[in-house]
Design a protein around this ligand. Structure first.
Ligand code: NDP
Ligand code: MG
Length: 419
C-alpha cells in the first residue's frame, strides 16, 4: 500500500502527478502541440522558441489555418503536421513541399499526431473536438499539459480513469488549475478541505442584468485582463468559463462540488487557492500571462525561465475580492447544477454552451440567451430521462452530438423569447 503522499489524489486521480513522483528531466525533450495555431498554441510555441535546443518538435496540428501551421512546422522542423480540415490537405502538402515534413489531414491525422511518441504534449484544441486526440495521447501514457478543459467537462471520469490506467500524467495548464496543482503539494490529500478558483468577473462584472442581456459581440470580446481565443473570451464574459472550470477542477482533483468555491478577483493576480484542515490557505500568484502556467507544465518537474513580467505587487497596490453573482451570471449556477447532476449533464452543459456561443457570434441570439439556451437544453435532457454514466469516448461524443442537436432545435424558441 502506498503512502498518502504517493496517493495524493487517491487511486483514481493520481493521473495528476504526485509531489514526490518526479521523473528525471532529459533534453532534448520531444514535444507535440495540438492546436498550435491558437492562443495557447502561440504561447507554447513562444516558450519552445526561447528554449532552443532543449526541445524538438514531434508534431503540430491546426484546424484550418494551413499557412500558420506550415510556417510553424518549417520554423521548428516538425516531424509531422496535421490539419483537421480534410479539404486543406493539398494546400498543406504544397506549403511543406521540399521540407521532408510528413503531413496529414482530417480528424484521424490529428489523432495520429497525438499518438506519435513525444515526451510532452500540449492539448490545446478548442472545444469537444479535442477529446479524441487527447485520449490518443492518454492511451500511450503521455505527459500531457491539458489546456482543453472540454475533455474533462465532456468526459471527466472516464478521461481521468483512462489516464490512470495508461500511466499518463495530466499537468493542468489552465491558469486556475495550474495554481491549484502548485498549491496542492503543500499538504496531503486527507488534509485538503476546499479549493478556490478566482475569476476576473469579465467585462460585465459591474453591469446590470439588463445591460448584460443586450451586450454586443464586440463588448463580450473585450476581456479586461487576459488575451485569449474567441470562444473562451465570450465564455469569460458570461462566466460560463468559470463554470467549465469548476467542473474541470472537480474531475482533475476528485473534488465534491461543495469543495469548490469561486471568488471574483478583478486583478487576476491570485489564480487559485487551496485550504487545508488547519485553515492554512496556500495560493499561487502571477501576472495574468498564460505563458507562466504553460512554462510550469513545460518545465515540470523542474522550473524553467518564464517570459512573463515579474509580479510587482507594490505597483499593483490593491488586490480585491468579491463573491460571484449567480443571478447576473446564471451560467455559473448551471455549471454547479450540472456537476451535481452528473451522468452526462456536464457534457450537455458544454455542448449547449458551444451551440449558444456560436449562435451569439452569428448574431442569432442575444448575449443573455446563451445561459437560457443552456438551461433549457439541460432541463429538457433531464426530463427526457437521458442521464446515464459515460463509460467511453464514443458515449461522451454521442451525448455531445445529441445535446448539440437538442440545443439547435431549442434555439429558435430561445432566440424569440425576451429575458
Ligand atoms: P483558439 O481558438 O485560439 O485555438 C484553438 C486551436 O485549436 C487552433 O490551433 C485551432 O486551429 C485548433 N482547432 C480548432 N478546432 C479544431 C478542431 N475541430 N480540430 C482540430 N483542431 C482544432 O483557442 P485557445 O488557444 O484560446 O484555447 C484552446 C483550449 O485551451 C480551449 O479548450 C480553452 O478553453 C483552453 N484554455 C485557453 C486559455 C487561453 O488563455 N486562451 C486559458 C485556459 C484554457 P485553427 O487555428 O486552424 O482554427
Ligand atoms: Mg482559466
Amino acid at each position: 500500500m502506498a503512502s498518502p503522499e504517493v496517493l495524493w489524489f487517491g487511486d483514481t486521480m493520481s493521473a495528476v502527478p504526485l509531489k514526490n513522483d518526479k521523473p528525471a528531466a532529459r533534453h532534448p525533450r520531444s514535444v507535440t502541440v495540438l492546436g498550435a495555431t491558437g492562443s495557447i498554441g502561440d504561447s507554447t510555441m513562444d516558450l519552445l522558441r526561447s528554449g532552443g535546443e532543449r526541445y524538438r518538435v514531434e508534431a503540430l496540428t491546426a484546424h484550418s489555418n494551413v499557412q500558420g501551421l506550415a510556417k510553424l512546422a518549417r520554423e521548428f522542423n516538425a516531424g509531422f503536421a496535421a490539419i483537421a480540415d480534410p479539404q486543406r490537405y493539398d494546400e498543406l502538402k504544397d506549403a511543406l513541399a521540399g521540407t521532408g515534413i510528413a503531413c496529414g489531414a482530417g480528424e484521424s491525422a490529428i489523432i495520429e499526431a497525438a499518438a506519435r511518441p513525444a515526451d510532452w504534449l500540449m492539448a490545446a484544441v478548442s472545444g469537444a473536438a479535442g477529446l479524441k486526440p487527447a485520449l490518443a495521447a492518454v492511451d500511450r501514457g503521455a505527459t500531457i499539459a491539458l489546456a482543453n478543459k472540454e475533455c474533462l467537462v465532456c468526459a471527466g471520469d472516464m478521461f481521468m480513469q483512462r489516464a490512470v490506467q495508461a500511466g499518463a500524467r495530466i499537468l493542468p495548464a489552465d491558469s486556475e488549475h495550474n495554481a491549484l496543482f502548485q498549491a496542492l503539494s503543500s499538504g496531503n490529500r486527507d488534509e485538503l478541505t476546499r479549493v478556490i478558483i478566482t475569476a476576473s468577473g469579465g467585462p460585465f462584472r459591474t453591469w446590470s442584468a439588463a445591460d448584460i442581456e443586450q451586450a454586443t459581440l464586440a463588448q463580450a470580446l473585450k476581456h479586461p485582463n487576459w488575451s485569449m481565443g474567441q470562444k473562451i473570451t465570450i465564455d469569460s464574459a458570461s462566466m460560463m468559463n468559470k463554470g467549465l472550470e469548476v467542473i474541470e477542477a472537480a474531475y482533475l482533483f476528485a473534488l465534491e462540488p461543495d469543495q469548490i468555491d469561486v471568488l471574483v478577483h478583478p486583478q487576476s493576480i491570485v489564480h487559485g487557492l487551496v485550504e487545508f484542515s488547519d485553515r492554512s490557505v496556500v495560493a499561487q500568484l502571477g501576472a495574468p500571462d498564460m505563458r507562466t502556467p504553460i512554462a510550469h507544465c513545460l518545465g515540470w518537474p523542474d522550473r524553467i525561465a518564464g517570459p512573463a513580467a515579474p509580479l510587482d505587487l507594490a505597483k499593483i497596490g490593491q488586490l480585491t475580492f468579491e463573491a460571484p453573482d449567480f443571478a447576473r451570471f446564471p451560467g455559473l449556477r448551471l455549471a454547479f447544477e450540472a456537476l451535481r447532476t452528473g451522468r452526462g449533464a456536464t457534457t450537455v452543459f458544454n455542448a449547449a454552451n458551444e451551440v449558444a456561443v456560436a449562435a451569439f457570434i452569428a448574431q442569432k441570439i442575444r448575449f443573455g440567451a446563451i445561459a437560457r439556451l443552456v438551461e433549457a437544453t439541460l432541463e429538457k435532457w433531464v426530463r427526457a430521462g437521458n442521464l446515464a454514466p459515460l463509460t467511453s469516448a464514443d458515449e461522451a461524443i454521442a451525448v455531445d452530438h445529441k445535446a448539440r442537436n437538442l440545443a439547435a432545435a431549442l434555439l429558435p424558441e430561445i432566440a424569440l423569447k425576451a429575458s
